[in-house]
Design a protein around this ligand. Sequence first.
Ligand code: GLN
Length: 454
Amino acid sequence: QAHLDRIAAVDGDVHAFLHVSDRAVEVAADIDRRRAAGEELGELAGVPLAIKDVLVTTDMPSTSGSKILEGYMSPYDATVVARSRAAGLVPLGKTNMDEFAMGSSTEHSAYGPTRNPWDLDRIPGGSGGGSAAAVAAFEAPIALGSDTGGSIRQPAHVTGTVGMKPTYGGVSRYGAIALASSLDQVGPVSRTVLDSALLHDVIGGHDPHDATSLADQWPSFAAAAREGATGEVLKGLKVGVIRELDDRGFQRGVSDSFRASLAKLEAAGAEIVEVSAPHFEYGVAAYYLILPAEASSNLAKFDSVRFGMRVDVPGGTVEDVMAATRDAGFGEEVKRRIILGTYALSAGYYDAYYGSAQKVRTLIQRDFDEAFAQVDVIATPSAPTTAFRLGEQLDDPLQMYLNDVTTIPVNLAGVPGISIPSGLAEEDGLPVGIQFVAPAREDARLYRVGAALE
Ligand code: GLN
Protein backbone atom coordinates (compact mmCIF):
# COMPACT_ATOMS: atom_id res chain seq x y z
CA GLN A 1 0.00 0.00 0.00
CA ALA A 2 2.89 2.35 0.79
CA HIS A 3 4.24 1.86 -2.71
CA LEU A 4 0.83 2.35 -4.30
CA ASP A 5 0.50 5.58 -2.27
CA ARG A 6 3.90 6.70 -3.45
CA ILE A 7 2.94 5.94 -7.07
CA ALA A 8 -0.27 7.96 -6.63
CA ALA A 9 1.76 10.85 -5.22
CA VAL A 10 4.63 11.08 -7.71
CA ASP A 11 3.88 9.13 -10.86
CA GLY A 12 1.87 11.97 -12.36
CA ASP A 13 5.26 13.72 -12.68
CA VAL A 14 7.62 10.78 -13.17
CA HIS A 15 5.40 8.60 -15.40
CA ALA A 16 7.38 5.45 -14.67
CA PHE A 17 4.29 3.23 -14.97
CA LEU A 18 2.13 2.39 -17.98
CA HIS A 19 -0.16 0.27 -15.85
CA VAL A 20 -0.60 -0.12 -12.09
CA SER A 21 -1.95 -3.44 -10.85
CA ASP A 22 -5.29 -3.38 -9.05
CA ARG A 23 -4.49 -6.72 -7.43
CA ALA A 24 -1.27 -5.87 -5.57
CA VAL A 25 -2.83 -5.43 -2.12
CA GLU A 26 -4.83 -8.64 -2.47
CA VAL A 27 -1.75 -10.61 -3.59
CA ALA A 28 0.31 -9.17 -0.71
CA ALA A 29 -2.41 -10.09 1.80
CA ASP A 30 -2.37 -13.63 0.49
CA ILE A 31 1.41 -13.83 1.03
CA ASP A 32 0.87 -12.59 4.60
CA ARG A 33 -1.71 -15.30 5.19
CA ARG A 34 0.59 -18.00 3.85
CA ARG A 35 3.41 -16.77 6.04
CA ALA A 36 1.13 -16.64 9.09
CA ALA A 37 0.09 -20.22 8.34
CA GLY A 38 3.74 -21.22 8.71
CA GLU A 39 4.65 -21.62 5.05
CA GLU A 40 8.38 -21.19 4.33
CA LEU A 41 8.65 -18.31 1.88
CA GLY A 42 11.75 -16.90 0.20
CA GLU A 43 13.48 -13.68 1.20
CA LEU A 44 11.64 -11.60 -1.40
CA ALA A 45 8.14 -12.87 -0.54
CA GLY A 46 5.82 -9.89 -0.13
CA VAL A 47 8.22 -7.46 -1.83
CA PRO A 48 6.57 -5.34 -4.55
CA LEU A 49 8.03 -5.68 -8.04
CA ALA A 50 7.83 -3.31 -11.01
CA ILE A 51 7.92 -5.09 -14.37
CA LYS A 52 9.19 -3.62 -17.64
CA ASP A 53 6.42 -3.70 -20.21
CA VAL A 54 8.57 -5.79 -22.58
CA LEU A 55 7.74 -8.79 -20.33
CA VAL A 56 4.38 -10.40 -20.94
CA THR A 57 1.91 -10.82 -18.08
CA THR A 58 -1.50 -12.48 -17.95
CA ASP A 59 -3.13 -10.00 -15.56
CA MET A 60 -1.90 -6.70 -17.01
CA PRO A 61 -1.53 -5.45 -20.59
CA SER A 62 1.88 -5.83 -22.28
CA THR A 63 2.67 -3.21 -24.92
CA SER A 64 6.47 -3.02 -25.13
CA GLY A 65 5.92 0.73 -25.29
CA SER A 66 4.22 0.45 -28.69
CA LYS A 67 0.86 1.54 -29.98
CA ILE A 68 0.69 -1.58 -32.12
CA LEU A 69 0.24 -3.63 -28.90
CA GLU A 70 -2.06 -1.20 -27.07
CA GLY A 71 -4.19 -3.17 -24.60
CA TYR A 72 -2.62 -6.50 -25.59
CA MET A 73 -3.26 -9.27 -23.04
CA SER A 74 -0.88 -12.22 -23.11
CA PRO A 75 -2.20 -15.75 -22.60
CA TYR A 76 0.90 -16.62 -20.57
CA ASP A 77 3.42 -15.07 -18.17
CA ALA A 78 7.08 -14.55 -19.08
CA THR A 79 9.19 -17.12 -17.21
CA VAL A 80 10.80 -14.38 -15.10
CA VAL A 81 7.34 -13.12 -14.13
CA ALA A 82 6.07 -16.63 -13.32
CA ARG A 83 9.16 -17.28 -11.17
CA SER A 84 8.75 -13.93 -9.40
CA ARG A 85 5.11 -14.71 -8.60
CA ALA A 86 6.05 -18.18 -7.37
CA ALA A 87 8.64 -16.62 -5.04
CA GLY A 88 5.94 -14.39 -3.56
CA LEU A 89 6.98 -11.11 -5.16
CA VAL A 90 4.01 -8.81 -5.64
CA PRO A 91 3.65 -7.36 -9.17
CA LEU A 92 2.97 -3.63 -8.78
CA GLY A 93 2.62 -2.69 -12.41
CA LYS A 94 4.23 -2.41 -15.83
CA THR A 95 6.89 0.19 -16.50
CA ASN A 96 7.42 2.56 -19.38
CA MET A 97 10.09 1.99 -22.02
CA ASP A 98 11.25 3.08 -25.44
CA GLU A 99 9.11 1.39 -28.07
CA PHE A 100 10.26 -2.24 -28.45
CA ALA A 101 13.27 -1.31 -26.27
CA MET A 102 14.85 0.87 -28.94
CA GLY A 103 16.37 3.93 -27.36
CA SER A 104 18.38 5.41 -24.50
CA SER A 105 15.94 7.95 -23.07
CA THR A 106 12.42 6.42 -22.89
CA GLU A 107 11.34 9.29 -25.15
CA HIS A 108 10.53 6.79 -27.91
CA SER A 109 7.66 5.35 -25.88
CA ALA A 110 4.32 5.65 -27.68
CA TYR A 111 2.81 6.60 -24.31
CA GLY A 112 4.92 9.66 -23.53
CA PRO A 113 8.30 9.94 -21.81
CA THR A 114 9.33 8.99 -18.27
CA ARG A 115 11.15 11.68 -16.32
CA ASN A 116 14.24 11.33 -14.16
CA PRO A 117 13.25 11.66 -10.47
CA TRP A 118 16.55 13.53 -9.83
CA ASP A 119 15.50 16.30 -12.21
CA LEU A 120 12.16 16.11 -13.99
CA ASP A 121 13.52 17.97 -17.03
CA ARG A 122 15.96 15.15 -17.66
CA ILE A 123 15.72 11.68 -19.17
CA PRO A 124 15.79 8.53 -16.99
CA GLY A 125 17.82 6.62 -19.58
CA GLY A 126 16.47 3.91 -21.81
CA SER A 127 15.07 1.79 -22.93
CA GLY A 128 14.17 0.74 -19.39
CA GLY A 129 13.74 4.27 -18.03
CA GLY A 130 10.46 3.34 -16.35
CA SER A 131 11.92 0.55 -14.23
CA ALA A 132 14.94 2.64 -13.18
CA ALA A 133 12.85 5.74 -12.42
CA ALA A 134 10.33 3.70 -10.40
CA VAL A 135 13.15 2.34 -8.23
CA ALA A 136 14.94 5.71 -7.94
CA ALA A 137 11.67 7.48 -7.00
CA PHE A 138 10.86 4.86 -4.32
CA GLU A 139 7.72 3.84 -6.24
CA ALA A 140 9.07 0.28 -6.25
CA PRO A 141 11.90 -1.29 -4.26
CA ILE A 142 13.00 -3.49 -7.12
CA ALA A 143 12.24 -3.98 -10.82
CA LEU A 144 12.75 -6.18 -13.85
CA GLY A 145 14.39 -4.82 -16.98
CA SER A 146 15.81 -6.08 -20.25
CA ASP A 147 19.18 -5.21 -21.73
CA THR A 148 20.06 -5.62 -25.40
CA GLY A 149 22.72 -2.93 -25.60
CA GLY A 150 22.53 -1.18 -22.23
CA SER A 151 18.84 -0.77 -21.39
CA ILE A 152 19.28 -1.93 -17.79
CA ARG A 153 22.73 -0.45 -17.11
CA GLN A 154 22.49 3.00 -18.71
CA PRO A 155 19.17 3.84 -16.94
CA ALA A 156 20.78 2.63 -13.69
CA HIS A 157 23.74 4.97 -14.35
CA VAL A 158 21.58 8.08 -14.86
CA THR A 159 19.21 7.36 -11.94
CA GLY A 160 21.70 6.30 -9.26
CA THR A 161 20.45 2.71 -9.14
CA VAL A 162 22.00 -0.74 -9.61
CA GLY A 163 21.36 -2.60 -12.86
CA MET A 164 22.65 -6.01 -13.91
CA LYS A 165 22.79 -7.64 -17.34
CA PRO A 166 23.37 -11.35 -16.73
CA THR A 167 25.45 -13.69 -18.88
CA TYR A 168 23.61 -14.38 -22.14
CA GLY A 169 21.51 -17.48 -21.49
CA GLY A 170 21.60 -17.05 -17.72
CA VAL A 171 18.05 -15.71 -17.47
CA SER A 172 15.14 -16.91 -19.60
CA ARG A 173 13.96 -14.76 -22.51
CA TYR A 174 10.67 -16.68 -22.75
CA GLY A 175 7.93 -14.06 -22.73
CA ALA A 176 10.32 -11.15 -23.23
CA ILE A 177 9.06 -9.48 -26.41
CA ALA A 178 12.11 -9.94 -28.63
CA LEU A 179 14.18 -7.02 -29.87
CA ALA A 180 17.43 -8.73 -30.98
CA SER A 181 17.39 -12.33 -29.86
CA SER A 182 21.16 -12.88 -29.84
CA LEU A 183 21.66 -9.88 -27.53
CA ASP A 184 18.55 -9.64 -25.29
CA GLN A 185 18.86 -10.52 -21.61
CA VAL A 186 16.45 -9.94 -18.73
CA GLY A 187 17.86 -8.68 -15.44
CA PRO A 188 17.23 -6.83 -12.17
CA VAL A 189 17.19 -3.12 -11.25
CA SER A 190 17.41 -2.12 -7.58
CA ARG A 191 18.81 0.33 -5.06
CA THR A 192 21.42 -2.06 -3.66
CA VAL A 193 23.63 -4.78 -5.12
CA LEU A 194 22.18 -7.36 -2.72
CA ASP A 195 18.63 -6.62 -3.90
CA SER A 196 19.61 -7.25 -7.51
CA ALA A 197 21.35 -10.47 -6.48
CA LEU A 198 18.25 -11.67 -4.60
CA LEU A 199 16.03 -11.03 -7.63
CA HIS A 200 18.56 -12.65 -9.97
CA ASP A 201 18.44 -15.79 -7.78
CA VAL A 202 14.66 -15.88 -8.27
CA ILE A 203 14.51 -15.30 -12.05
CA GLY A 204 17.70 -17.04 -13.22
CA GLY A 205 18.52 -20.59 -14.19
CA HIS A 206 17.63 -23.02 -16.93
CA ASP A 207 14.32 -22.72 -18.75
CA PRO A 208 13.40 -25.34 -21.36
CA HIS A 209 11.14 -22.72 -23.05
CA ASP A 210 14.20 -20.71 -24.12
CA ALA A 211 16.42 -22.55 -26.62
CA THR A 212 19.44 -20.40 -25.68
CA SER A 213 19.04 -20.92 -21.93
CA LEU A 214 22.18 -22.32 -20.30
CA ALA A 215 21.87 -25.60 -18.41
CA ASP A 216 24.33 -24.42 -15.73
CA GLN A 217 23.81 -24.75 -12.00
CA TRP A 218 24.29 -21.19 -10.74
CA PRO A 219 25.68 -20.30 -7.33
CA SER A 220 23.61 -18.10 -5.00
CA PHE A 221 24.10 -14.52 -6.12
CA ALA A 222 22.76 -13.22 -2.80
CA ALA A 223 25.42 -15.24 -0.98
CA ALA A 224 28.02 -13.70 -3.32
CA ALA A 225 26.77 -10.17 -2.58
CA ARG A 226 26.81 -10.81 1.18
CA GLU A 227 30.29 -12.25 0.97
CA GLY A 228 31.40 -9.27 -1.14
CA ALA A 229 30.06 -6.75 1.36
CA THR A 230 32.99 -7.52 3.70
CA GLY A 231 35.33 -6.00 1.09
CA GLU A 232 37.80 -8.90 1.36
CA VAL A 233 37.28 -9.77 -2.30
CA LEU A 234 39.01 -6.54 -3.39
CA LYS A 235 42.35 -7.65 -1.93
CA GLY A 236 44.47 -8.71 -4.87
CA LEU A 237 41.58 -8.37 -7.33
CA LYS A 238 42.86 -7.50 -10.79
CA VAL A 239 40.70 -4.77 -12.34
CA GLY A 240 41.23 -4.09 -16.03
CA VAL A 241 40.86 -0.62 -17.50
CA ILE A 242 40.57 -0.40 -21.28
CA ARG A 243 43.39 1.69 -22.75
CA GLU A 244 41.49 2.60 -25.94
CA LEU A 245 38.59 4.08 -24.00
CA ASP A 246 40.82 6.71 -22.39
CA ASP A 247 38.67 9.67 -21.49
CA ARG A 248 37.37 10.08 -25.00
CA GLY A 249 33.94 11.59 -25.09
CA PHE A 250 33.25 11.25 -21.39
CA GLN A 251 31.79 14.13 -19.45
CA ARG A 252 34.27 15.47 -16.89
CA GLY A 253 32.19 14.43 -13.87
CA VAL A 254 31.86 10.92 -15.30
CA SER A 255 35.64 10.55 -15.76
CA ASP A 256 36.34 12.05 -12.33
CA SER A 257 33.91 9.71 -10.63
CA PHE A 258 35.39 6.75 -12.51
CA ARG A 259 38.91 7.65 -11.43
CA ALA A 260 37.76 8.15 -7.84
CA SER A 261 36.25 4.64 -7.88
CA LEU A 262 39.51 3.19 -9.21
CA ALA A 263 41.39 4.94 -6.39
CA LYS A 264 38.95 3.45 -3.87
CA LEU A 265 39.48 -0.01 -5.36
CA GLU A 266 43.23 0.41 -5.14
CA ALA A 267 43.04 1.64 -1.56
CA ALA A 268 41.09 -1.52 -0.73
CA GLY A 269 43.86 -3.70 -2.17
CA ALA A 270 42.84 -4.12 -5.81
CA GLU A 271 45.35 -3.86 -8.62
CA ILE A 272 44.45 -1.68 -11.60
CA VAL A 273 45.80 -3.17 -14.84
CA GLU A 274 45.66 -1.53 -18.25
CA VAL A 275 44.26 -3.88 -20.88
CA SER A 276 43.80 -3.43 -24.60
CA ALA A 277 40.48 -3.94 -26.39
CA PRO A 278 41.20 -2.52 -29.84
CA HIS A 279 37.84 -3.53 -31.33
CA PHE A 280 35.70 -2.18 -28.49
CA GLU A 281 35.22 1.10 -30.35
CA TYR A 282 33.60 -0.68 -33.32
CA GLY A 283 30.93 -2.12 -31.06
CA VAL A 284 28.32 0.54 -31.74
CA ALA A 285 28.76 0.25 -35.52
CA ALA A 286 28.48 -3.55 -35.48
CA TYR A 287 25.54 -3.42 -33.07
CA TYR A 288 23.56 -1.08 -35.32
CA LEU A 289 23.75 -3.63 -38.12
CA ILE A 290 23.13 -6.76 -36.04
CA LEU A 291 20.34 -5.28 -33.93
CA PRO A 292 18.24 -3.81 -36.78
CA ALA A 293 18.72 -7.04 -38.77
CA GLU A 294 17.38 -9.19 -35.95
CA ALA A 295 14.73 -6.62 -34.98
CA SER A 296 13.35 -6.39 -38.52
CA SER A 297 12.86 -10.14 -38.46
CA ASN A 298 11.41 -10.26 -34.92
CA LEU A 299 8.95 -7.42 -35.62
CA ALA A 300 7.63 -9.09 -38.78
CA LYS A 301 5.13 -10.89 -36.55
CA PHE A 302 3.20 -7.65 -36.04
CA ASP A 303 1.28 -8.24 -39.22
CA SER A 304 -2.19 -6.94 -38.22
CA VAL A 305 -3.46 -10.54 -38.05
CA ARG A 306 -1.86 -12.28 -35.11
CA PHE A 307 -1.26 -9.53 -32.57
CA GLY A 308 -2.68 -6.23 -31.51
CA MET A 309 -3.78 -3.39 -33.70
CA ARG A 310 -5.43 -3.56 -37.12
CA VAL A 311 -6.15 -0.60 -39.38
CA ASP A 312 -8.89 -1.47 -41.83
CA VAL A 313 -8.49 -0.38 -45.44
CA PRO A 314 -11.89 -0.60 -47.18
CA GLY A 315 -11.50 -2.56 -50.40
CA GLY A 316 -7.77 -3.04 -49.68
CA THR A 317 -5.69 -6.20 -49.95
CA VAL A 318 -4.06 -8.04 -47.03
CA GLU A 319 -0.83 -6.18 -47.86
CA ASP A 320 -2.65 -2.83 -47.74
CA VAL A 321 -4.04 -3.62 -44.29
CA MET A 322 -0.64 -4.79 -43.07
CA ALA A 323 1.10 -1.69 -44.40
CA ALA A 324 -1.50 0.71 -42.97
CA THR A 325 -1.34 -1.03 -39.59
CA ARG A 326 2.45 -1.00 -39.38
CA ASP A 327 2.53 2.59 -40.57
CA ALA A 328 0.10 3.71 -37.85
CA GLY A 329 1.30 1.33 -35.14
CA PHE A 330 5.09 1.75 -35.23
CA GLY A 331 6.92 4.93 -34.22
CA GLU A 332 9.71 6.59 -36.16
CA GLU A 333 12.67 4.92 -34.45
CA VAL A 334 11.15 1.47 -34.96
CA LYS A 335 10.55 2.18 -38.64
CA ARG A 336 14.11 3.49 -39.02
CA ARG A 337 15.54 0.26 -37.64
CA ILE A 338 13.23 -2.01 -39.64
CA ILE A 339 14.37 -0.23 -42.80
CA LEU A 340 18.05 -0.45 -41.79
CA GLY A 341 17.73 -4.11 -40.88
CA THR A 342 15.82 -5.10 -43.98
CA TYR A 343 18.43 -3.36 -46.11
CA ALA A 344 21.36 -4.96 -44.27
CA LEU A 345 19.86 -8.42 -44.73
CA SER A 346 18.90 -8.05 -48.39
CA ALA A 347 20.60 -10.22 -51.02
CA GLY A 348 23.77 -8.60 -52.26
CA TYR A 349 24.37 -6.64 -49.06
CA TYR A 350 24.28 -9.48 -46.54
CA ASP A 351 28.03 -10.18 -46.58
CA ALA A 352 29.05 -6.54 -46.75
CA TYR A 353 26.97 -5.48 -43.75
CA TYR A 354 25.57 -8.27 -41.58
CA GLY A 355 28.51 -10.59 -42.34
CA SER A 356 31.11 -7.90 -41.51
CA ALA A 357 29.29 -6.94 -38.34
CA GLN A 358 29.33 -10.57 -37.18
CA LYS A 359 33.10 -10.67 -37.79
CA VAL A 360 33.56 -7.54 -35.70
CA ARG A 361 31.46 -9.20 -33.02
CA THR A 362 33.90 -12.12 -32.95
CA LEU A 363 36.86 -9.73 -32.70
CA ILE A 364 35.24 -8.01 -29.71
CA GLN A 365 34.68 -11.39 -28.07
CA ARG A 366 38.38 -12.15 -28.58
CA ASP A 367 39.34 -8.79 -27.06
CA PHE A 368 37.40 -9.76 -23.95
CA ASP A 369 38.96 -13.25 -23.87
CA GLU A 370 42.45 -11.78 -24.05
CA ALA A 371 41.70 -9.15 -21.42
CA PHE A 372 40.21 -11.74 -19.06
CA ALA A 373 43.38 -13.81 -19.36
CA GLN A 374 45.01 -10.92 -17.46
CA VAL A 375 42.33 -9.54 -15.14
CA ASP A 376 39.38 -10.70 -13.00
CA VAL A 377 36.98 -7.92 -14.00
CA ILE A 378 37.01 -4.98 -16.39
CA ALA A 379 35.79 -1.56 -15.24
CA THR A 380 34.43 1.23 -17.45
CA PRO A 381 32.21 4.25 -16.92
CA SER A 382 28.65 2.96 -17.45
CA ALA A 383 27.81 5.73 -19.95
CA PRO A 384 29.53 8.85 -21.33
CA THR A 385 27.37 11.53 -19.68
CA THR A 386 24.94 12.11 -16.84
CA ALA A 387 21.21 12.41 -17.62
CA PHE A 388 20.67 14.82 -20.50
CA ARG A 389 17.63 17.04 -20.95
CA LEU A 390 14.44 15.74 -22.56
CA GLY A 391 14.45 16.55 -26.25
CA GLU A 392 18.20 17.16 -26.35
CA GLN A 393 19.10 14.11 -28.48
CA LEU A 394 15.72 13.26 -29.93
CA ASP A 395 16.49 14.58 -33.41
CA ASP A 396 19.96 13.06 -33.51
CA PRO A 397 19.75 9.26 -33.64
CA LEU A 398 23.54 8.82 -33.91
CA GLN A 399 24.11 10.87 -30.76
CA MET A 400 21.45 8.79 -29.01
CA TYR A 401 23.18 5.56 -30.13
CA LEU A 402 26.50 6.70 -28.64
CA ASN A 403 25.09 6.59 -25.11
CA ASP A 404 25.79 2.86 -25.21
CA VAL A 405 29.48 2.84 -26.25
CA THR A 406 30.58 1.05 -23.10
CA THR A 407 27.56 -1.20 -22.60
CA ILE A 408 27.03 -2.53 -26.15
CA PRO A 409 30.30 -4.56 -26.42
CA VAL A 410 29.19 -6.49 -23.32
CA ASN A 411 26.02 -7.68 -25.09
CA LEU A 412 27.95 -8.47 -28.27
CA ALA A 413 30.26 -10.72 -26.24
CA GLY A 414 27.44 -12.27 -24.19
CA VAL A 415 29.29 -11.59 -20.93
CA PRO A 416 27.72 -10.19 -17.73
CA GLY A 417 27.88 -6.50 -16.77
CA ILE A 418 26.68 -4.54 -13.77
CA SER A 419 26.31 -0.80 -13.23
CA ILE A 420 26.51 0.45 -9.67
CA PRO A 421 26.31 4.06 -8.44
CA SER A 422 29.73 5.71 -8.14
CA GLY A 423 28.69 9.13 -6.84
CA LEU A 424 27.50 12.41 -8.30
CA ALA A 425 29.10 14.51 -11.03
CA GLU A 426 30.50 17.68 -9.53
CA GLU A 427 29.33 19.99 -12.33
CA ASP A 428 25.63 19.04 -12.29
CA GLY A 429 25.07 17.00 -9.12
CA LEU A 430 23.62 14.10 -11.13
CA PRO A 431 24.28 10.38 -10.54
CA VAL A 432 27.07 8.49 -12.27
CA GLY A 433 27.61 4.74 -12.48
CA ILE A 434 30.60 2.46 -12.85
CA GLN A 435 30.29 -0.71 -14.92
CA PHE A 436 32.04 -3.97 -14.05
CA VAL A 437 32.27 -6.75 -16.62
CA ALA A 438 33.23 -10.37 -15.94
CA PRO A 439 33.80 -13.45 -18.11
CA ALA A 440 30.71 -15.42 -19.16
CA ARG A 441 29.13 -17.38 -16.28
CA GLU A 442 30.99 -15.30 -13.65
CA ASP A 443 27.93 -13.23 -12.67
CA ALA A 444 28.56 -13.99 -8.99
CA ARG A 445 31.92 -12.23 -9.24
CA LEU A 446 30.14 -9.02 -10.24
CA TYR A 447 27.85 -9.19 -7.20
CA ARG A 448 30.89 -9.76 -4.95
CA VAL A 449 32.82 -6.82 -6.41
CA GLY A 450 29.75 -4.56 -6.66
CA ALA A 451 28.78 -5.16 -3.03
CA ALA A 452 32.38 -4.57 -1.92
CA LEU A 453 32.58 -1.18 -3.60
CA GLU A 454 29.01 -0.07 -2.74
N1 GLN B 1 19.92 1.99 -26.41
C1 GLN B 1 20.16 0.77 -27.11
C2 GLN B 1 19.28 0.71 -28.32
O1 GLN B 1 18.61 1.65 -28.59
C3 GLN B 1 19.95 -0.38 -26.21
C4 GLN B 1 18.55 -0.82 -26.11
C5 GLN B 1 18.36 -2.02 -25.22
O2 GLN B 1 19.27 -2.45 -24.51
N2 GLN B 1 17.18 -2.59 -25.31
O3 GLN B 1 19.24 -0.25 -29.02
